[in-house]
Every structure is written in structure tokens, then in C-alpha cells.
Write a protein that binds this ligand. Structure first.
Ligand SMILES: Nc1nc2c(c(=O)[nH]1)N[C@@H](CN(C=O)c1ccc(C(=O)N[C@@H](CCC(=O)O)C(=O)O)cc1)CN2
Ligand SMILES: [Mg+2]
Length: 292
């Protein structure tokens, strides 16, 4: 059984990007600039945005953090997005999700200029991904595919089951893995909360991706011997034995499932760091697509 080490792979990607940034700098060209909007104080969101900014610093990107209290109005947020759309110094930006309930996430996504939408959430980028046109692929699915590529995971002709149909992970990943690409060419099943016989569906998977946000959802009896298992879950659950009072839990019962697999991602240190590495790749691409 092989551990697909996202932490280590993300570090390699950051080093590769740092070399490209240095070459640009040395040639007197502009370096990429990412802005991140963070609303409120959700512990996970604060950590993820901090890690995104830390990655920028390590690679040599410029970065800007824009923070708002969770009482911010939708109008103020949309105005800020419009000003970032027009700000020539910013190559790409993200609005960290989830947003407070009084803000319409779809309205926010639709306000972002697709050329600066490095999260790849705007319908124009979703359509471009579907049609293999230049644009941005959401960071988590892109990170999973990149991890598979770097570990030479055989995907062609394999049965892949993606559990969870979110707009930012499950649905785009099922599309990517079904494409005529390498990695890709999978026979994809997109399973979800209404799927009947979920255990039988998962048992048919050569590649099983869990993206439901339910700790330990995938148990050993749902996994075929020798399968590749990708765990997208990062739920914080209370754990008084830890100094910080919580621990991260994946969607896969790692201890029971790992021995049955040929390869598996850990939590933490699997898909999460690859998500951030892919955002960095998209940020460089945002600048390149503009021809800067
Ligand atoms: N605007 C966006 N919002 C959200 C996205 C996104 O891609 N864009 N995805 C998720 C959160 N996410 C990125 O923002 C994300 C989640 C987890 C990790 C990560 O590195 N996890 C670490 C553990 C970190 C910890 O200690 O909690 C790991 O798995 O090793 C990175 C990014 C929802 N929102
Ligand atoms: Mg994600």
C-alpha cells in the first residue's frame, strides 16, 4: 500500500513554481498577485486562507488579504469584488467559502471576472472546463488529478466512483476523470446521498473518491481489494485529548481501509495541500492567460 503524500507533492510544486517566478523576476517581468477575501472567523477558513497566503510568500507571489466581519452586507462585498475585477495589479482572487447565510454565494461567484476567477467557480470557467477550452479548473479536483499524475496512478479504463456531487469537488472531478486525457479515461459513477446500494457501487470502484464531508463514511466493507482511495474530507471534530481541542477527520476510515488499498491519501496531508498548490498554479496561469 502506497501513501499518496499530498503534503510532499505540494512542496515540490511550490519549488517548481518558485523557479518559474524567479525566472520571470530575473527577466524583469511581473510576478503573479493573488488576493483573498475572507469573511468572518470560521477556524477552518482562517487556516486555509492563511495557508494560501503562506504558499504565495514561499513561491514569491504577491498576495493581499481582504478581511471582513461576518456582518458585512452583500452589497459591500459585491462592490469589493467589482473593484478587484478592475484592479490591474491583481491577477486573480478568491472569495473563501462558505459565506455567512445572508450572502448569496452564487451572486458572489457570478460577480467575479472569469479571467480572475482562479477558483474556477464561475459558469464561464465551468463551461470552459467541460469543453476543454482555456480557463480555470477548481483547485481540489485539479489537485487530485495532479496527485494521480505524479504518482502514475493507472486510470485509463478503470471504474471510478466519486461519492459526493458538490459544485466544487465531486461534480467537476467526475467530469475530469471521464475525459480523454491522462489521468482520465475512467468509467465514472457519481454517487450521492440519494444513491441506492452505495456499498455495492463503491465495491465496484478501482478508484474511489470520498467527498461527502461525513467523517468515516467509507468503511472497509465498501472498498475493493487493491483499490486507489482518495479522501477529500477534512471535518474538524471535537477531541479533548488534543491541546487545540479538535482533530481532523477524513471521509474514509483510514485505519480499516488503508490495508485493503493499493494507494490512499491521508488526512491531513493528502488532498488539502494539493488544493492550495493547484490554486497557486491557477494564479500563475491567470497572469499568463493575460499575456503578461
Ligand atoms: N474559495 C474557496 N473556498 C473553499 C475551497 C476552495 O477551493 N475555494 N475549498 C474548501 C476549503 N479549502 C480551500 O479553500 C481547503 C481545505 C483544506 C485544506 C488543507 O490543506 N487541509 C489540510 C489540513 C489543514 C487544517 O489543519 O485544517 C490537510 O488536509 O492536510 C486546504 C484548503 C472549502 N472552501
Ligand atoms: Mg476544496
Amino acid at each position: 500500500m502506497q501513501i499518496l503524500n499530498g503534503k510532499e507533492t505540494a512542496e515540490i510544486i511550490r519549488k517548481e513554481l518558485a523557479i518559474q517566478v524567479k525566472e520571470r523576476k530575473d527577466a524583469g517581468r511581473k510576478i503573479p498577485h493573488l488576493a483573498a477575501i475572507l469573511v468572518g472567523n470560521d477556524g477552518g477558513s482562517v487556516t486555509y486562507v492563511n495557508n494560501k497566503l503562506k504558499s504565495c510568500e514561499e513561491i514569491g507571489f504577491e498576495s493581499t488579504l481582504i478581511r471582513y466581519d461576518d456582518s458585512i452586507t452583500e452589497e459591500t462585498l459585491l462592490k469589493k469584488i467589482q473593484s478587484l475585477n478592475e484592479d490591474k495589479s491583481i491577477d486573480g482572487f478568491i472569495v473563501q467559502l462558505p459565506l455567512p447565510a445572508h450572502i448569496d454565494e452564487m451572486k458572489v461567484t457570478l460577480t467575479i471576472d472569469p479571467k480572475k476567477d482562479v477558483d474556477g467557480f464561475h459558469p464561464i470557467n465551468v463551461g470552459n472546463m467541460m469543453l476543454n477550452l482555456p480557463g480555470f479548473v477548481p483547485a481540489t479536483p485539479a489537485g487530485i488529478v495532479e496527485l494521480m499524475r505524479r504518482y502514475n496512478i493507472e486510470t485509463s479504463g478503470k471504474n471510478c466512483v466519486v461519492v459526493g456531487r458538490s459544485n466544487i469537488v465531486g461534480t467537476p472531478l467526475s467530469l475530469l476523470l471521464g475525459k480523454n486525457t491522462d489521468p482520465g479515461n475512467c468509467t465514472v459513477t457519481l454517487a450521492h446521498s440519494k444513491s441506492e446500494n452505495i456499498k455495492e457501487i463503491c465495491l465496484n470502484a478501482d478508484i474511489l473518491v470520498a467527498a461527502v464531508g461525513i467523517p468515516g463514511f467509507i468503511t472497509a466493507d465498501m472498498v475493493k481489494e487493491g483499490a486507489v482511495v482518495i479522501d477529500v474530507g477534512t471535518t474538524r471534530i471535537e477531541d479533548p485529548s488534543r491541546e487545540r481541542g479538535w482533530r481532523l477527520a477524513g471521509d474514509v476510515d483510514f485505519k480499516e481501509v488503508a490495508p485493503k488499498t493499493s494507494a490512499i491519501t491521508p488526512v491531513p496531508g493528502g488532498v488539502g495541500p494539493m488544493t492550495i498548490a493547484s490554486l497557486m498554479i491557477n494564479t500563475l496561469k491567470a497572469m499568463e492567460l493575460k499575456g503578461k
